[in-house]
Design a protein around this ligand. Structure first.
Ligand code: 26M
Length: 818
C-alpha cells in the first residue's frame, strides 16, 4: 500500500518530536540545520515504506529493468524534491510556518549533491525522476564522489575553485548497503591454464584490489508510491585490520590497496566536453562498472539460472562512453565467472548494452593509451583485443579491400583504445540526444559506423522534469497553471497546450507577468545578497547560465553587451529598454581561455555597473557558483534565454527547455534541441540568428572563414575588439585580455582563428537583440510570446523522452503498485 505524508498537524508534531529525539533539544533551541535533519527524517519515514513496498513488488513481478550507467548524477537537493513527489510539500511548509520557520531556509541547509558537471549528469537525474514517475523499474549506477563539482568563488573577478565537501556531515538520503559489497581488481597479470576439455582458464594474479560498497539513494516517483534506487559506489580497502596487525604477507600490497581505495572515489573530474586521459579516471570507470555489473548479475541469479536469458530481464544504458567498459566487463564476467564461451557471451552482451552519444566535440572523445589500459586492466585488454579482431573482420567482410576504413573504425588503432568504437560495435542501439545531433552523427561524425549498422542508430531528444523545474522551482507559476488548466500536466506535460486558451486573455496575461515580476524580485534579492549589485526587477532579465565553454559562446554575449554599452554612451537618448544581463558558469579548472572569459565578464560588469551616466539602462551580473539549487530560481526569473552555441556544437542543451518551461523567450541558433523548440513554436515567439549547422560544417571543411574580414567590415566589431586590448576593461593591465583577442583574430594562437564563428554571427545576433527590445516594449506582446512558450513546451518533458527509450530500446513493463 502506498504510504502518504501525514497531515500538517501531525507533521508539526513529528518535527518537534524528531528534534527532541535526535538532538535532545526543544524545538525553540534547535538550529536550522537540526530542523532540516528532523524534516528529512519525517519525509524519509514515508519514503522508506514506499521503497520497501516497491522492492517487494519488484521481487514478486520480476520485471525487466534498466541499469542507467553514468559517471554522473547531478541530482540536486532531495528534501524539496521528495516532499513534492510524496505530495507533502505544502503540508511541511505549513507545519514549519506554524512553527515560525521559512521552508526555504530549511531546504537551504541541505548540501547540493553535485555529483556531475552539467548537462549529461543532470539529464541522468531527470531520467531517474521520470522512470520512477512512469513506474518503470530502474537502477541508476554511479560513483559516490567524496568531493563533487567544486564550489566557485569569484575573487577580483577571477574564478577560484573550492572543494565541495558535501559529505562532511551525514547525508540523510543515502543508505549504506554493506551486504552488497564486491571486489574490484586492478593491475597484475593473467595466467593461462589449459583445461582437459580443451578450453582455457584465465587466472588473474598479482593484482591490487578494493572493496566496492554501494550507497543506495531512493528515487521517488510523483504521487505513485514508486521508489527506485540510485546506487553510488564507494571504495574501501580490503583488509584494513590485517594491515594494522602486520599479519598479511605482502605489506606493500596492502599499503597500495589502501591508497588505491582512498583515491578512487575521492573527486569528480570537473571537465565538461573535454577529456584529459588520466589513469585515475579509467580506474573510476572500471570500478563502478565492475561493481554495478556484479550486483546486477547477483540479483539476476537470485531468481534465474539461465544466463542466456539475461537480455529478457536486464538492459544497460551507457551514458556517453564513460561506462563503455561495461561491454568488456560483462564479457569477462560471463566467460570467466559464469562459464560461457565467446559466442554465447557476445550474444548476451550485445543484447544487453546500448549507448547514448552526447557530443560531437572531438576533444571529448575518449581514447586511452593502450599501455595504460593494458597495465591497469590486463584481462579486460585481452577481451578488447578479441572484440577488435572480430570487429575488424566484420568490417572487412562488409567492405572488402577498404583497409583505410578499417583503420578509421578499429577499436585499437594508433596505440589507443577508442571507447566510442567499442560502444558502437557492441551496442544494439546508438542514440543521439536531439534530432539535429543524431543527423550529424549519422552523416558526419559517425558516418562510417552508420554505413555499417544503420539499424542501430536512433534519436531520443532530451527532456527535463517539470516536477523539479516548475513545481519546485517556480511554485507561483505552477499554482497559476493549475488554476487555469488543472493538474494533468504534472505527469503529462503535453497538457500545457491547454494554456493556448489564455493567450488572448488580457487578465490572464497580466497575472502571468505579475508572477514573472515576483520571481524577478526573488532573484534580485538573491543577487543583492550574494553580489551586492542592485538590479531593477522591471528591467529585462536576459540570462545565460551553463558551463563555460568556447562553443557555448558566452564571449559573443559579453561582446554584444560591450557593443550596447558603446551605443548607449554614444547616443544617450537612444530608445533602449533597460536590461540586466545575467551570467552563471563554471569553467573547468585547467581551461585558461574559459577562465579569462569569466574575468572579462566580471570586468565589464564592474565598468558598466559603476557608470552613473547610463542611467541604469544596463547592468551585468555574474552569479557565483551556478548550481542546481540556484538554477531553479534563475529559470523562474528569466525573460530572455540565451542559447547561442555555434550551430552543430551543442548536442541538445537542456537549459533551453528549463527556460521555456518557465516562460522565458529564447534567443538562439539553429542548434541542438533549439531546432525542435522552433518547430514546436511554429517558428514564432523565438528569436533565431546566425549560421546554420550546414554552413558551419561547410566552412570547417573548406577552411574558408576569415574573421579578419568580419572585423574590417563592421566598425562596431572593430571598436569592441579594440577595447579588449586598450585597457578599457582592464586599466592596470591592458594586455590582460590579449589572449581572447588573439583567439578571435590570430591564426597562430589556435588551430584556427575564431574557431566558433563569434564574429561571423555577431551582426545577426545584434539584430535579433534589437527585435527582442521591440517586442518587450509592448507588455502584452511579450506576455503572449512568453506564455506561448509555456504552452508549447510539452514535448520537452523527460517523461516523453523516457517513454521513447522504453518503447524503442528498453522494452520495460510498468511495475504494478496497489
Ligand atoms: C570526460 C573525461 C574526463 C573527465 C570528464 C569527462 C566528461 C564529463 C562530462 C566529458 C563530457 C561530459 O559531459 C558532456 C555533456 O554534458 N554533454 C552534454 O550533454 C547534454 C545531455 O545530453 C546535452 O544536452 C548537451 O548539449 C551536451 O553538451
Amino acid at each position: 500500500m502506498k504510504r502518504q505524508m501525514p497531515s500538517t498537524k501531525e507533521i508539526e508534531r513529528e518535527i518537534q518530536d524528531r528534534v527532541k529525539s535526535m538532538f535532545r533539544k526543544d524545538f525553540e533551541e534547535a538550529t536550522k540545520e537540526e530542523i532540516y535533519r528532523a524534516c528529512a527524517e519525517v519525509v524519509n519515514d514515508v519514503v522508506i515504506d514506499n521503497w520497501l513496498t516497491t522492492q517487494k513488488e519488484f521481487n514478486k513481478q520480476d520485471p525487466k529493468c534498466v541499469y542507467y550507467m553514468s559517471m554522473e548524477f547531478l541530482i540536486g537537493r532531495l528534501l524539496g524534491n521528495n516532499m513534492i513527489n510524496m505530495r507533502g510539500y505544502t503540508e511541511v511548509m505549513d507545519a514549519l510556518d506554524a512553527l515560525g520557520i521559512d521552508i526555504n531556509e530549511i531546504e537551504d541547509q541541505e548540501p547540493d549533491p553535485a555529483l556531475g558537471n552539467g548537462g549529461l549528469g543532470r539529464l541522468a537525474a531527470c531520467f531517474l525522476d521520470s522512470l520512477a514517475t512512469l513506474r518503470y523499474p530502474a537502477y541508476g549506477c554511479g560513483i559516490r564522489y567524496h568531493y563533487g563539482m567544486f564550489k566557485q568563488k569569484i575573487e577580483d573577478g577571477y574564478q577560484k575553485e573550492v572543494p565541495d565537501d558535501w559529505l562532511q556531515t551525514r547525508y540523510p538520503f543515502e543508505l549504506e548497503r554493506p551486504e552488497y559489497e564486491f571486489e574490484v581488481k586492478f593491475g597484475g597479470w593473467v595466467r593461462y591454464e589449459s583445461q582437459p576439455d580443451g578450453t582455457t582458464k584465465y587466472i588473474h594474479e598479482g593484482y591490487n584490489s578494493v572493496i566496492a560498497t554501494p550507497y543506495d539513494m531512493p528515487v521517488t516517483g510523483f504521487d505513485n508510491g514508486m521508489v527506485n534506487t540510485l546506487m553510488i559506489w564507494d571504495a574501501k580497502p580490503k583488509e584494513v585490520f590485517r594491515l594494522a596487525s602486520f599479519e598479511r604477507g605482502d605489506y606493500n600490497k596492502a599499503v597500495e590497496d589502501m591508497n588505491l581505495a582512498r583515491n578512487l572515489t575521492e573527486v569528480l573530474y570537473p571537465n565538461d566536453n573535454h577529456v584529459q586521459g588520466k589513469e585515475l579516471r579509467l580506474k573510476q570507470q572500471y570500478f563502478f562498472v565492475s561493481a554495478s555489473l556484479q550486483r546486477a548479475l547477483n540479483k539476476y541469479f537470485r531468481y534465474h539460472h539461465d544466463i542466456m536469458k539475461l537480455p529478457e530481464k536486464v538492459v544497460f544504458q551507457m551514458n556517453d562512453t564513460h561506462p563503455t567498459l561495461t561491454v568488456a566487463e560483462l564479457m569477462r564476467l560471463l566467460m570467466d565467472e559464469h562459464g560461457l564461451g565467446w559466442d554465447d557471451a557476445w550474444e548476451v552482451t550485445t543484447h544487453c548494452v546500448a549507448y547514448t552519444n552526447h557530443t560531437i566535440m572531438a576533444e571529448a572523445l575518449e581514447k586511452w593509451p593502450e599501455e595504460i589500459f593494458k597495465g591497469l586492466l590486463p584481462r579486460i585488454y585481452m577481451i578488447v583485443e578479441e572484440i577488435n579482431r572480430r570487429f575488424c573482420e566484420e568490417i572487412r567482410a562488409k567492405f572488402p579491400g577498404d583497409e583505410q576504413r578499417i583503420h578509421r573504425m578499429a577499436i585499437l588503432a594508433d596505440g589507443q583504445v577508442k571507447m566510442a568504437h567499442m560502444a558502437i560495435a557492441a551496442s544494439f542501439s546508438v542514440n543521439g540526444v536531439a534530432a539535429l545531433h543524431t543527423e550529424i552523427l549519422k552523416n558526419v561524425s559517425l558516418h562510417d559506423f552508420y554505413e555499417m549498422y544503420p539499424e542501430k542508430f536512433n534519436n531520443k531528444t532530451n527532456g527535463i522534469t517539470q516536477r523539479r523545474f516548475l513545481m519546485h522551482g517556480n511554485y507561483k507559476l505552477s499554482d497559476w497553471v493549475i488554476s487555469k488548466i488543472g493538474r494533468s500536466w504534472i505527469t503529462d506535460l503535453s497538457n500545457m497546450e491547454k494554456l493556448e486558451n489564455y493567450l488572448d486573455d488580457k487578465k490572464s496575461l497580466d497575472e502571468f507577468m505579475e508572477i514573472k515580476l515576483e520571481n524577478k524580485k526573488r532573484l534580485a534579492k538573491y543577487i543583492w545578497d550574494h553580489n551586492k549589485v542592485n538590479v531593477d526587477p522591471n528591467s529585462i532579465f536576459d540570462v545565460q547560465v551553463k558551463r563555460l565553454h568556447e562553443y557555448k559562446r558566452q564571449l559573443l554575449n559579453i561582446l554584444h553587451v560591450m557593443y550596447l554599452y558603446n551605443q548607449i554612451k554614444e547616443n544617450p537618448d537612444m530608445d533602449f529598454y533597460p536590461t540586466t544581463f545575467i551570467f552563471g558558469a563554471k569553467a573547468s579548472a585547467g581551461y585558461e581561455n574559459a577562465k579569462l572569459i569569466i574575468k572579462l565578464i566580471n570586468n565589464v560588469a564592474a565598468v558598466i555597473n559603476n557608470d552613473k551616466s547610463i542611467d541604469n539602462k544596463l547592468k551585468v551580473v555574474f552569479i557565483e557558483d551556478y548550481r542546481v539549487s540556484n538554477a531553479e530560481w534563475i529559470f523562474a526569473a528569466a525573460d530572455v534565454s540565451e542559447q547561442i552555441s555555434t550551430a552543430s556544437k551543442e548536442a541538445s542543451g537542456t537549459g533551453n527547455m528549463k527556460f521555456m518551461l518557465n516562460g522565458a523567450v529564447t534567443i538562439g541558433t539553429m542548434d541542438g534541441a533549439n531546432v525542435e523548440m522552433y518547430n514546436e513554436l511554429d517558428g514564432e515567439n523565438i528569436f533565431i540568428f546566425g549560421m546554420s549547422s550546414d554552413e558551419v560544417i561547410a566552412h570547417e571543411k573548406n577552411h574558408d572563414y576569415n574573421p579578419v574580414d568580419e572585423m574590417n567590415n563592421n566598425p562596431h566589431i572593430q571598436k569592441v575588439l579594440g577595447q579588449l586590448i586598450n585597457g578599457y576593461y582592464s586599466i592596470d593591465n591592458p594586455e590582460l585580455f590579449r589572449p581572447i583577442y588573439n583567439s578571435l583574430l590570430n591564426t597562430q594562437c589556435t588551430e584556427r582563428a575564431d574557431m566558433y564563428f563569434v564574429l561571423k554571427d555577431f551582426a545577426s545576433y545584434c539584430e535579433a537583440h534589437e527585435k527582442i527590445q521591440a517586442a518587450y516594449k509592448d507588455r502584452e506582446t511579450w506576455a503572449k510570446m512568453a506564455l506561448s512558450n509555456v504552452a508549447h513546451v510539452g514535448k520537452f518533458s523527460s517523461d516523453r523522452t523516457i517513454q521513447e527509450y522504453v518503447d524503442d530500446i528498453w522494452h520495460l513493463d510498468k511495475l504494478e503498485l496497489k
